[in-house]
Design a protein. Sequence first.
Lengths: 278, 413, 327
Amino acid sequence: MSRRRRRARFVWNAVGIAAFVVMVFPVFWMISTAFKPDDEINRLKPTWIPFHPTLTHFRDAVNRPFFWVDVKNSLIIVVVTLVLSMTLAFLAAVALAKFRFTGRKLFIVLMIGIQMLPPAGLIIPLYVVLARYHQTNALTGVIVTYMTFVLPFSVWTLRGFIIGIPRDLEEAAMVDGSSRLGAFVRILLPLVAPGLVATSVFAFITTWNEYIFANVLLTDQSKQTVTVWLSYFYGTSRHTDWGALMAGSTLTAIPVVVFFLLVQRKIAFGLTAGAVKA
Amino acid sequence: MRARIIVAALLTAAVAAAASTAATAASKASAAKSITVWLQTDAQADNWKPIVAAANAQFEAAHPGVTVNVQYQTWGAHLQKFDATLAGGTAPDVIEMGNTEMTKYMAAGAFQDISSSKSSLPNSDSWLQGLALSGRYGGKLYGVPYYAGSRVVTYRTDLFKKAGLKVPTTLAQFQAFGAKLAKGQPKGFSPVYIAGTDWYFAMSFVFDYGGGIATQVSGKWKSLLASPKSVAGLTAYKTFFNAVSKASKTTDESHPNPYDVYAQGQAGSIIGPAWFSCCVGKQYTGVTGQFVVPSHTKGQVIPGFLGGSDLAVPLGGDKALGVDWIAAYTSTQSEKALQAIGNIPNSTALTNASKINERAATRSWFVPTAKNWVNVENGNILRNMLAQILTGKLSVRQAAASAGDNIESILNG
Amino acid sequence: MTEPLPDRAAGAAETTSPSWSRRRQPLTRARAFRISVPYLLIFPVVAAIAVILGYPLYNLVKLSFEKYGLFELIRHSGTWVGLDNYSSVLHDPVFWHTLLRTAVFTVVNVGLSIGIGTLLALLLVRVSAWVRILLTAGLVLVWSMPVVVAVQVWYWMTNFQNGVVNYALTQLRIGDYEQHDWYATTFSQLGMVTTLIVWGAVPFIVVTVYAGLAQVPSELVEAAEVDGARPWRVFLDVTFPILKPIFLILTSLSIIWDFGVFTQPYLLIEQSRIHASNFLMAIYLFEEGYFKSDFGRGAAISILMLVMVAGMSVFYVRRMVRMGDVE
């Protein structure tokens, strides 16, 4: 590599590391607080790195009522929502991007329009509808609610990725001459994999972190999601246990990180595939 | 291959979801009956849980086959959830409501009339007047007093001793402590930590000087905030705050919790419920004492806000079972247990003058019993007024007048 | 092969052939299947949304024309008042102040999010592999923080008594920030909310733009660089046109989200500091409609918000729809 290139690379790396430090600091602060003993947390002069780490906060958080049950609930809700939504959204996005049919414009308007609805406005009417079918205080009620919010932007985003695939890549992939719809989809899938993964990660995070609807729809603590479980740490007018709150927060963030680790290889695969094709 | 994985995942997830719903349905069918009780999350504290458990046991013993399902709610969200359940017809059988929240819901007809059961409720002939009022509307009984709270001063006995200070008998004396206690302490130290917008405490000054918030004049609400007496009270509050508190002028009384500030050694004293003494930090537990906030007139206690909760049976709930559960939970034994953990019990038959929080409640004030009062609270009218006064954005008179107009339009609207 | 969208050349051919000749084509089973494919593909999505949101949407519109408070909620029926709710909202000066404040807030947030996100995505391309992994891992960590948690951490970092931000700023001699109240003025409050929202929004933008950058053929970029084009010219002429659909999606989504954002400002500014002087639209909706239990008014505000957001994103949406056609 030329000297100029090496210097440029060095500068970029430095900028990258600085960006990393700034972005990650709040996360670092959360995790660091979770391990600090109480007196260090409350001290005026902040302790940057806990030199006397303790696991008591994690123990306190996990021992709070309903932690494991709520984690299970969150996982069920998120996984089902994700799988159903991605499947349906992908099919719809293919239709939107690749076909011309009457009502196409209307469908697009619907997809965008729904995302513009302020969620707060829908809480009570939605609750009334779900109550009629005994879907309040039930995981399935929350799943269908989340699906209606995840579907529109998934369809919209996936459509953008499908359109964005350069024509020649697509045609090169179709050189096999497969003529069935299934084959068409199967060829398109790897090319749009990065987009699918990005969308599904976002869907995962949105549903995992959602609070307002989960809070109103699930009143039984044994049915609640872990996000609502967290709110009990600071919803009381009594003592806020910052250490336990940060520990609980760290724990709730872990599944998302795990999920991303599982799918990040797909992003990399999609990237290299694109590069090789070019 | 991918398709197969997707299908497998879908099936697994669908089965799991169906199983959980089926389990709910099954449990609903198998339990002969159950009642749902909404209590606030305060009752989940370790020292409070046994009181709830005891009441449940007593109720279930008297009603075999009926289980009690207690669901804990947070103060921030419980009214929106309650509204949703009222709309959907799934309201609980018993609900805990803050006493300032009652009027709005009573006026809307959200609760069942339990006047006929009054005599069967324990100590109902000696309920604390202030609390009992919040459960009545239009001559009928809707809410049963549950517990009350008041405000006292929790202070550092060692710091007071060092500065040669005794328990003050007037506000002016207390105010003068500011300079003496601040000597030798770091910049952010508050001799008396009071959050700027702690309206529960600030309004005590208004009532102490003979002012008020609002009153009904021939059916319409008229604000009293701009009256000379109220303005005198607010001015006294501003002077007091500036002399003794280094807290943020715009923050409320739970961010941060005053006892956290105390535990950090940043406060010479704090004002709040008596149970604050639980959490003053290991190093100060031995040097902590409490006294009641004095009035500006010697020998009197400043009128304190009588906060508290009521228990009611919402529309659609099981009235008979609901009232029985409430009776179990507000029994003499139960109330005595609540008193032991720092609350004021609901009846004068149980009050104990040796308890400092009950002494503080001998003079009290309450909010206007208007059905729209809750909107004034939620709109932070009084808090904003205090922030404007303390930051100097508006003069006391201007801020009080503007808040007063706001309150009038909300209460009359 | 199923019917793909015609490109420009084919499109010309298709439109010149007279419509009567198309009608004369027999409706074979294969042809019927080809026509119905797109409808079959979108049917599940439409069905799911219609079943769940159908009634709530209808109810929302109906409510906006009714007087529906707590009293009516309990009795499950309201009284028709026509446009009274809308009129009351549109005559409320708080509504207009809030609208202006929210518009400015949205522009700032969207601009910062997409700007910073794009810069980071471009940075990701240029750094060594290990820095890329580090930065990506960091972004994932940020992204995985639940919003309610992030708010608590933000509050903790900026709190009046012992926030680490005040400490750091004072130590770095940027000024005396000891016991600085970051939530004293509306500008400062919304500024804090902006930092929180932008921080949380950047990961998604970076991931999406980076995924899009993968679709940019590297030989085009190299060709432009060999020609001596400066980096930002390469970006404008080569990268940006290919990424346009993605930028349009991101901008329209960001506008929609940031205009209607609720959780972050509501929790960070704290319920006790929320006041007409620092309302954002979604908070105004919540306070006026739901906190006051005036559901009819809340519904009217919701519809108005919907109209406004639609108006703001119509430019982008129309571009997106047209782009799909031209392809």
